[in-house]
Design a protein around this ligand. Structure first.
Ligand SMILES: [Zn+2]
Length: 258
């Protein structure tokens, strides 16, 4: 029998992760990391959220982080139901950084001129409602275009952006991502930092928490997708599947008896 408490990627598991992070590291935003120069805390964590699906689940993770005094960075796509000014401003008000999760090269099917124009417009949309200093590319896995390639032709610094979450961060960071529902999953094609070598590994969130508590790492760069941590939906689906199995078993029994 599947026990809800044993499931990974639930809100409760996220809370445990935040608790371990807050006990062992100073959290800084990507913007703070990039502006710190040599002034970085001795032990720090970067909590980065890529908001790929609806905006709403990110409110829940942002509130939990606030509870633990964690300052995270939230990258929002400029899409309907994701670019939601009220939610973005509430999260910024909690002390988190807001960034732009861009995808204009894949959106424009590789038309660089169109892509950079769209990028500029979307940067303005964000600046109308919040402070914007950093960006992260959306890994549009179904597109043949890699959104980072935009910066082979243009420079994001021309738009007042100080860094890109994949391209501008040092190779000495210990990188973990929940993409593929395992922390060092090989399932994700583009969600990695080119050229860097991973020294520490974790499969489940419990593994990651253990690693955090061990104190072995000086730093952590954790990328999460808030909509993957919605325990209520998951619970609902779980019960739905159980009910379905239960009902078809009942039906089969009835038919056998006839
Ligand atoms: Zn994304």
């Amino acid at each position: 029998m599947l026990n809800f408490k044993d499931l990974d990627f639930t809100t409760e598991k996220f809370r445990q992760l935040c608790s371990a992070v807050a006990d062992n590291y100073t959290s800084i935003t990507i913007e703070q990391y990039l502006s710190a120069g040599n002034d970085l805390p001795e032990r720090f964590v970067l909590m980065r959220h890529d908001v790929d699906g609806k905006a709403k689940p990110s409110l829940r993770t942002a509130l939990i982080e606030k509870e633990f005094g964690i300052h995270a960075t939230y990258y929002f796509r400029a899409k309907r139901n994701i670019y939601v000014p009220e939610i973005i401003q509430r999260i910024e008000g909690m002390g988190h950084e807001i960034g732009y999760h861009y995808e204009t090269l894949s959106d424009s099917n590789g038309d660089y001129e169109k892509a950079i124009k769209m990028f500029e417009e979307e940067v303005h949309r964000f600046r109308n409602i919040c402070v914007l200093k950093t960006i992260s590319m959306h890994g549009a896995s179904l597109s043949k275009y890699d959104n980072r390639d935009l910066w082979k032709v243009y420079d994001f610094k021309d738009f007042g952006i100080i860094g890109e979450a994949y391209l501008s961060l040092g190779e000495n960071l210990n990188y973990f991502t929940d993409t593929g529902r395992g922390w060092n999953s090989k399932n994700n094609l583009r969600d990695f930092i080119p050229g860097r070598k991973q020294k520490f590994f974790a499969e489940t969130t419990d593994d990651l928490i253990k690693l955090i508590k061990s104190g072995e790492m000086d730093n952590l760069y954790i990328t999460l997708h808030p909509d993957r941590w919605t325990s209520t939906t998951f619970r609902w689906v779980l019960f739905w599947v159980q009910d379905l199995a239960f009902n078809s078993a009942k039906k089969a029994l009835r038919m056998m008896r006839k």
